[in-house]
Design a protein. Structure first.
Lengths: 310, 377
């Protein structure tokens, strides 16, 4: 499928700070690309640059064949942008909100109503059509927001942390909607702080301080730390952590749930494992289980963050 | 020009206005309340000035003098005092604003053909009242004096009853009773219109920015001018209804006449509104919160009101301020509305004002629109 989002060497600075620094990425139709990174990494700025809401210093953005800089109007017609601070008009009903967003997108009297009904059914809000937006729950508001940006059938969807503050069940429902959109050939760029959402994307891009550090499918990213993660169950954590950090082969140790995840500087082996276990017991700790664990995206991102901050 | 996008904006704005009863109340009730308040209280007519009389003569001649003063319908005797100290006390505590002292030999002097002196004391703390009272006291006194002189001469047989040698007939055009309401009501229309349109427009736009809804509008094909017009048009319509409302109340309650063309008045009001809306739009680009927007609207209005000739005549101002008044749109609108309502003139006599308003409107609107750019940066 063709590239619906094509970004080349995008850069934007605010004063001395380089918010987006030479970022290149592309997303094709039917694909969902996850933009992840710490707070202030530049995810929102990147999205704004893609919409044309912010002007880029350098680089080129092409959406569905239209250049953001030269053809902003056509480009905007094909984009649905759900900003982080998406606000609905609380004093308007669900239907009135949709009517407004449809009208502002140029949908005529005959087109908007059937389309609005269709979209409301799609997101599951049809029975709330006449409720005021301020009376909707958080999850319903997210759905209404999605409905509002889908009403003009965009080919590209830019979602800036759309599921913030929403319960897992609603998030799940939201993602089901996204997958249906993918089947219709829409290209989706989503920024998310949730790792479980990140792992459901086709591809991920890790942004830190405006630079794209790593890109690839979740599996490829996880593979970076293949065989390098050990997990320890036991206690007391203070002792286990100290021993682990003192070990020459351990790069980092982080608590995760009740367990300790260790990142090794090289592929793990039985020798390293037993050495650690002995040392831990020697210091007075109790080791329930120590063994390799498949690396997660979070492990990789922590590694990247620590590396770039060093 | 009127397209779907603009219509959607205007429709949404109206829905929000209607669903916000407090603002609606503010928009339609306040002007009428203000009209009543100012129409009745802000009169510069001075009447029924409380007068305390210290009549030490108590004779018929003194009585005639006092009656002459009362007949002018200007003073109202509130007390006949029996000492100067009492008179002073009444003026000090504000019960009386003027005091008349008639000496005990008044009647004797008048009968003997000599000059009698009468003293008048005025409370100067309100210069408006004091100056008019001063003038009234002198005039009434002089008229009475002339009458007495003629009587003396007739009594002596020097002449038969004589006609005064000079009679000045002053005719007040357009407002023969010099009713303050005729002066205030048109001015009030201008002031309220400017305040309402600038404040409502500014707060409406700033509210959108506060909520963050402007950002998602930027991504749509909505053009800047559509965004601006969409916000302004509902308030233009409301302003027109406000104008009609105030005119109706002014005409039917205060009997303010509409001698000129109502159509012309509404058309020129529209021109004035362009400037006010521009001010509101400009304020919206400067204010970051709704409260700031409201305060800025008031701050622009207050000097406007003082420098436009509303309360205080322009002729009485120092030249520096008079020059500044040339850039104040309300100044021109006041002339326009008073001329049309009270004098019934046509557009021909108002060309200067029309041009001035047009220039102001274009300049302010353009400046505001340029500031209100569509992109965030």
């Amino acid at each position: 499928m063709q590239n619906l989002i094509d970004v080349q060497n995008l850069s934007r600075a605010f004063g001395k700070t380089r918010a987006v620094d030479d970022v290149s990425l592309s997303v094709s139709g039917g694909e969902i690309y996850g933009l992840v990174g710490p707070d202030g990494a530049g995810k929102t700025t990147t999205m704004r640059l893609l919409c044309g809401v912010l002007r880029a210093d350098l680089g080129q953005v092409t959406i569905a064949g239209f250049d953001v800089g030269n053809q902003p109007e056509q480009e905007r017609e094909r984009i649905g942008y759900l900003p982080q601070r998406f606000s609905l008009y609380g004093d308007l009903t669900v239907m009135e909100n949709l009517h407004f967003f449809a009208g502002v997108r140029g949908l005529g009297r005959k087109e908007w109503l059937p389309r609005a009904r269709e979209i409301l059914t799609f997101v599951g809000l049809d029975e709330f059509a006449d409720r005021r937006a301020e009376a909707l729950s958080g999850g319903m508001r997210q759905k209404l927001g999605l409905a509002a940006v889908l009403i003009h059938r965009p080919q590209v969807l830019l979602l800036d942390e759309p599921t913030g503050g929403v319960d897992p069940v609603t998030r799940q429902a939201f993602w089901q909607l996204l997958f249906r959109l993918l089947r219709e050939g829409v290209a989706v760029l989503i920024s998310t702080p949730y790792m479980d959402e990140a792992s459901r994307c086709n591809r991920l891009g890790f942004l830190n301080r405006g630079r794209l550090m790593v890109e690839g499918s979740p599996q490829r990213i996880e593979a970076r730390l293949k065989d390098r993660i050990l997990e320890v169950e036991g206690g007391p954590r203070v002792i286990l952590e100290r021993v682990a950090r003192d070990d020459p082969d351990v790069e980092a140790a982080h608590a995760f749930g009740g367990r300790l995840r260790l990142r090794l500087s090289r592929a793990g082996s039985a020798e390293i494992q037993s050495r650690l276990e002995k040392a831990m017991i020697g210091e007075g700790g109790l080791v329930g289980r120590i063994g390799p664990s498949p690396p997660t995206i979070e492990d990789v991102f922590i590694e990247l963050l620590e590396e770039s901050d060093a | 020009m009127i397209n779907n996008r603009l219509l959607s904006l205007v429709r949404k704005e109206f829905i929000q206005i209607v669903r916000d009863p407090r603002t609606l109340y503010f928009t339609f009730a306040i002007p009428v309340i203000q009209l009543f308040l100012l129409g009745y209280t802000a009169t510069t007519d001075v009447r029924n000035v409380p007068l305390a009389v210290f009549d030490q003569d108590r004779g018929p001649a003194a009585r005639r003098l006092i009656d002459a003063y009362l007949a002018a319908d200007y003073f109202r005797v509130i007390r006949n005092v029996s000492s100067e100290a009492e008179l002073r006390k009444l003026i000090d505590n504000g019960e009386a604003l003027a005091g008349m002292v008639i000496p005990p030999d008044y009647g004797d002097k008048v009968a003997a053909g000599r000059t009698a002196t009468v003293a008048f004391v005025l409370d100067g703390s309100d210069p408006n009242v004091a100056s008019t009272s001063f003038a009234a006291a002198e005039l009434i006194g002089q008229a009475h004096s002339s009458k007495l002189t003629v009587e003396r001469l007739v009594r002596r047989g020097v002449l038969e009853a004589m006609q005064p040698s000079l009679e000045v007939r002053a005719q007040v055009w357009y407002n023969p009773d010099m009713v303050s309401a005729f002066f205030m009501v048109p001015a009030l229309i201008g002031m309220i219109l400017q305040l309402m349109t600038s404040m409502l427009t500014a707060t409406a736009i700033v509210r959108e920015r506060e909520r963050g809804t402007i950002e998602q509008l930027i991504v749509t094909p909505l053009r800047s001018w559509e965004l601006i017009l969409g916000k302004i048009i509902p308030y233009v319509i409301i302003a027109f209804f406000d104008t009609l409302e105030i005119l109706v109340v002014g005409t039917f309650w205060f009997d303010v006449p509409i001698r000129g063309s109502l159509t012309l008045l509404l058309a020129l009001t529209g021109l004035f509104l362009v400037g006010s809306l521009g001010i509101g739009l400009f304020i919206s680009t400067v204010a970051r919160t709704q409260q700031e927007a409201m305060m800025l609207s008031w701050f622009t209005l207050l000097p406007t009101v003082f420098l436009s000739g509303f309360f205080f005549p322009l002729a009485a101002m120092p030249p520096v301020l008079r020059v500044i008044s040339y850039v104040i749109p309300l100044r021109y609108y006041l002339i326009i509305i008073r001329s049309i309502l009270l004098k019934g003139v046509g557009a021909g006599s108002l060309t200067t004002e029309i041009v001035a308003l047009a220039i102001f409107g274009v300049v302010v609107m353009t400046a505001a629109a340029l500031r209100f750019r569509k992109r965030l940066d």
